[in-house]
Write a protein that binds this ligand. Structure first.
Ligand code: CU
Length: 519
């Protein structure tokens, strides 16, 4: 009963009810098989009732919730075809004829796709595209996106990582109701070239809306890009669970606790596609999974990191054999194979210390790569990163977990769950400030701050400080259990910003706070 012991060790204020659930769960997981026909425990019933929010409506995907999904109820992984040529992400058309202006249309709507033979799956998609239409603009562009919500529930579009005004950033406070439209407009400043994405940020509903498909990629290019002549590939990783009837099932209890992972890891909407690299290529990688950590590895091939969330680094980094990309993070990479021909892109096991679930160190295939390119020298200098200078204020953020109080009280920021009416911190407009984020829980949580890019100043493990391997601009950073991280940034727009864990189930359960930026 390792799981039970771990649960007891880490649990704070464990109630008899949640303990009963823990015992059932560990029994189900210890041999790798879910229990069949197990009656719902009183604990599950009790917790299900707490899934109702104050207005009495049910949170996204919580209908008919059970503890975990029985593998027998899922579509087998073999049901999806593999080995098709990697599809390019389709571009969102620019309807503007004016230079420096991008005007596009996004509609969120249910669409039925057939990914597996003989099986129909309903997704919620932007413009019917699994992986979303890709938006590509330049620094300095004025962007208008006419958004229409044809879902049966409210939603928003959040421009993850982009420096856009708070009222244009799809905060949960600004829902687009079913049948309604909203035009998001923003002008992208110089210096923000990078690899971004957009996704739902609807109050308590973003986890479900995202796992049903509401996410897409967004690239800001620079006119002074030292790698402008390199061809690009875009690798968007998403996560998908399909039941044996092809439906995307609601979240179960384990999904809400640990973040949802399906049986499929998709790359540009495809299972294990075949990637051809014929010339040296700049690859942008997105982890748009709700909760799955990706630890990329290619045997016989090194990975050179050249960029992060907020764009290029100052210089290419030393080759690495593995690259951890946590939910919501992005990287720009170049491959350095030690042989040409067939390579295998894999996801190595990473123990993020899930609750009540035994760690299975399994390596998952992600794609085949046919590499026939010849070597090409990278620029020695990529760009100069801005310096934030000295911080004039420090915010402290503590991530914690509390067992036994029900799902909606489980994941906390500074001891509280999200309250739209409460301002948790105040920032000074244009001032350099530090955020010291600490993870007082036994599980990894990725921290994300809206509206700006930050620089990681230090990681603190057991009171020992270490600097990141290189300077970079980021909007999402992982915190290992009991680890702290100090990041430095500046908010250039007045208004309300969110900060939260980017395991989207945790965010939807309220592991989120808000900072008011004031002049
Ligand atoms: Cu979390």
């Amino acid at each position: 009963m390792i799981n039970r012991r771990r649960f007891l060790t880490y649990g704070i204020g464990v109630s008899a009810a949640s303990l009963a659930m823990a015992c059932n769960k560990s029994a189900a997981n210890s041999d790798g098989h879910a229990m069949h026909g197990q009656a719902a425990s009183p604990a599950a019933n009790a917790m299900s009732h707490q899934n109702m929010d104050h207005s009495g409506h049910q949170m996204g995907g919580m209908n008919g919730m059970n503890h975990a999904t029985n593998p027998d109820d899922l579509l087998p992984v073999q049901a999806l075809p593999v080995g098709a040529a990697l599809a390019a992400l389709p571009l969102l058309a620019n309807e503007s004829k004016q230079a420096g202006k991008f005007t596009g249309r996004l509609t969120a709507k249910a669409h039925t796709l057939s990914l597996a033979k003989g099986v129909q799956s309903e997704f919620w998609l932007y413009n019917g595209v699994l992986g979303g239409p890709q938006i590509v603009v330049y620094e300095g562009d004025e962007v208008s996106i006419h958004f229409t919500n044809e879902l049966k529930q409210e939603t928003t579009v959040h421009w993850h990582g982009l420096p856009v005004p708070p009222e244009q950033d799809g905060n949960p406070h600004d829902p687009v109701k079913p049948g309604q439209s909203l035009t998001y407009t923003f002008k992208l400043p110089q210096g923000c070239a990078g690899t971004y994405w957009y996704h739902t940020h609807a109050h308590e509903l973003s986890a479900e809306q995202a796992f049903r498909g509401l996410a897409g990629t967004f690239i800001v290019k620079s006119r002074q890009d030292p790698m402008a002549d390199w061809p690009e590939q875009h690798w968007l990783f998403t996560d998908l669970r399909l039941d044996k009837n092809g439906k995307i099932p609601d979240n179960n209890m384990m999904d809400w606790m640990n973040g949802r992972e399906g049986q499929f890891v998709l790359l540009n909407g495809q299972l294990q596609p075949k990637i051809s690299i014929k010339t040296a290529t700049r690859i942008r990688v997105w982890n748009a999974c709700n909760a799955r950590y990706l630890k990329l590895h290619i045997p016989d091939c090194d990975i050179i990191v050249i960029g992060t969330d907020g764009g290029l680094l100052e210089r290419p980094q030393a080759p690495v054999s593995e690259l951890l990309i946590v939910p919501a993070e992005r990287y720009e990479i170049v491959l350095k194979p030690r042989k040409t021909g067939m390579l295998s892109l894999q996801n190595l096991p990473y123990n993020r210390e899930k609750m009540m679930e035994k760690f299975h160190p399994v390596t998952t295939p992600l794609a085949q790569i046919v590499y026939t390119a010849s070597d090409k020298a990278l620029p020695k200098h990529l760009r100069s990163l801005p310096s934030f200078g000295k911080a004039t204020a420090e915010h402290t953020v503590g991530f914690s977990e509390e067992m036994g109080a029900g799902l909606k009280q489980m994941f906390k920021v500074n001891g509280k769950t999200f309250d739209m009416q409460r301002i948790d911190a105040t920032s000074k407009l244009g001032a350099t400030e530090d955020w010291l984020v600490s993870n007082a829980s036994h599980m990894d949580h990725p921290f994300h701050l809206h509206g700006t890019q930050f620089e990681i100043i230090e990681f603190i493990d057991s009171a020992e400080s270490s600097k990141p391997a290189y300077r970079s601009l980021k909007d999402t950073v992982n915190l290992k259990p009991y680890q702290s991280v100090r990041v430095r940034c500046r908010q250039d727009f007045a208004g309300l910003r969110m900060f939260h864990c980017h395991i989207l189930e945790h965010e939807s359960l309220g592991m989120m706070g808000q900072v008011m930026v004031k002049a």
